[in-house]
Design a protein around this ligand. Sequence first.
Ligand SMILES: NC(=O)C1=CN([C@@H]2O[C@H](COP(=O)(O)OP(=O)(O)OC[C@H]3O[C@@H](n4cnc5c(N)ncnc54)[C@H](O)[C@@H]3O)[C@@H](O)[C@H]2O)C=CC1
Ligand SMILES: O=C(CO)COP(=O)(O)O
Length: 331
Amino acid sequence: MSARLGIIGAGAWGTALAQAAARAGTPSILWAFEPEVAKAINETRENPAFLKGVTLDASIHATNDAADLSACDAWLVVTPAQHMRASLEAFGGHLKPGTPVALCSKGIERGTLKLMSDVLAETLPSAIPAVLSGPSFAADVARGLPTAVTLACTDAGAGEKLIKMIGSASFRPYLADDLIGAEIGGSVKNVLAIAAGIVEGRGLGKSAHAALIARGFAEMTRLAVALGAQRETLTGLCGLGDLVLTCSSPQSRNMSCGLALGRGEALADIMAARNSVTEGVATAPAVMELAARHGIDMPICEAVAAIVGGRASVDDAINALLSRPFTSEGA
Ligand SMILES: NC(=O)C1=CN([C@@H]2O[C@H](COP(=O)(O)OP(=O)(O)OC[C@H]3O[C@@H](n4cnc5c(N)ncnc54)[C@H](O)[C@@H]3O)[C@@H](O)[C@H]2O)C=CC1
Ligand SMILES: O=C(CO)COP(=O)(O)O
């Protein structure tokens, strides 16, 4: 019998990953938070709430019962970062010790400033932790368009097992061992994508957009290295790769949020109009608290945190960035 994958979270990304697993020949149990989402997937082979228009493979079985995951050989966790702790706590009794658990969400827990791997270690300490992150829109992966991501795991055997379960010609995980680098890359790029959207929405031009990506990458790398990551990780798929994707396409929820802010819409109105998650909004203040704790200068992320926190208008934040003293590029 082929290995079975458990997936926690049936939003766009969890559902797309179930499709990727199906393409790799791996059947999956997809746990949905909402009963109507599980019902729709099982009865119509579609997830109309979060991934409309994609016909889901017959090997994907949706459930609302956490106990159904106990028979799975590996788990992917794809619940929004701010709900990660509560979700994992609910699954505590159902994990076989030594099961590989790949964290696929991108964010930092507010209040505790914990990375998702810290939350996993505290809630399911017997799991083998991994992080899956990279430039990968759910809609692209679900359609089978070519995609490459980082799969970080310090246990190479467990990492290879996960890659075998989800990898295919079109969905290509690259093995790495730096979880912190992968997590900071995925978390900070969402904050920077809001900034990139603001640049576009305010009509600041492509030169400003490119400068933002380069200086944003420097901020992301500084924080990651201060937290113990390897600098090279950030130059890979889960760092620069995802930063370029998310800062370049309004298909990104974070960039589209920034676009709307740049055009003058209020954050509360933007959020009220969507049922999907925009991780950068909650991650921005958490990133700034982490940066302050480690003495790291992150002016672009600080501008985003001030805007989403209601402490600065878009124009004031832009002016503050442009008034900074000239400095050396390596600083
Ligand atoms: N959509 C994408 O293209 C990608 C998303 N991700 C990451 O995956 C994570 C999940 O995002 P999506 O699947 O896009 O979500 P989504 O925006 O499609 O759906 C929202 C999700 O939040 C869940 N949810 C709402 N309230 C909840 C609660 N109280 N407890 C638990 N779950 C709750 C919903 O059930 C649903 O699964 C995020 O961290 C995101 O950054 C990563 C790569 C690609
Ligand atoms: O992480 C993503 C692509 O890699 C998806 O980005 P958004 O959450 O901004 O849509």
